[in-house]
Design a protein around this ligand. Sequence first.
Ligand code: Q46
Ligand code: ZN
Ligand code: ZN
Length: 290
Amino acid sequence: MRCQLCKKKAVISSPKLCKEHFIKYYEKKFKERLEKLKIRGKRILIAVSGGKDSSVLAYLLHKYKKEFQLDLMLFYIDLGIKEYSKKGLKAVKILSELINEPLQIYDLKALHGYSIDDFHYKPCSYCGVIKRYIINKFAFENGFDYIAIGHNLDDELFFIMNNLFNQDLHQLSRIGMKTETIKEYKLIGRIKPLYYFTEKENMLYAVLKKIPFDNTECPHAKNSTQLQFKQNFNFSREKKLSLVKAFNKIKKYLPKEEIKLNLCEKCGYATTSKICKFCRIDEMMRKVEK
Ligand code: Q46
Ligand code: ZN
Ligand code: ZN
């Protein structure tokens, strides 16, 4: 397999590129997406897990920090998931030192008295709520403009297909590379600069650039719907790209359901009910831990 540009040995088949041309292609695309996201001069909190996607994201945001006048901080939530959390924490510490960006560590067990391993039924559904809540609250309280997440093309395709299977048109209408901040509801906007890169491309970039990351799978992931989806649907990169692009075009035709937001009576953050999901989980777990 040869590079389509210089005929040297290709390191990836789609697109067919050698090491040098793949790195050039990847960084050029990343910069184009930063331009599209219009984040020049913004304060960005980067959600890092120690995995390849978020480590590549932090590395590249740092690389283009001066050019885009960004103010960056890494944010790691120690979820207390056995070896996975320990290894993730080690990797983010090394990364933060390498790129010389501050790292904020949030220890779930120390601050709330429970960890994700304490959820014995469907831990992923609680974990998602907890992570989203904690990072949003930290970003709001510390004046960040956006939260950057290492969501890739495979993640987005899963999100689309899962909501199609669940016939959840409201969730489907929320796809995309960027959401805006809604200050009155203390909701900080999210950006996904790796949105159009596959997992494979992110992994290759991380390996070629020797970016520190940890490849340990979360032990709870093996039972997750996302993993089952990946095993059942093995689309090519081109198919993944066209499916996600097609849904981004269709998005504007989806019915706009007006979601009524309130501020949680306990914590004051956004919710669609009286008490937000996080506060309900937190209360349940604090009772269990007593
Ligand atoms: S960390 Fe949490 Fe994931 Fe582990 S418990 Fe599930 S959601 S799989 S990204
Ligand atoms: Zn080449
Ligand atoms: Zn609340």
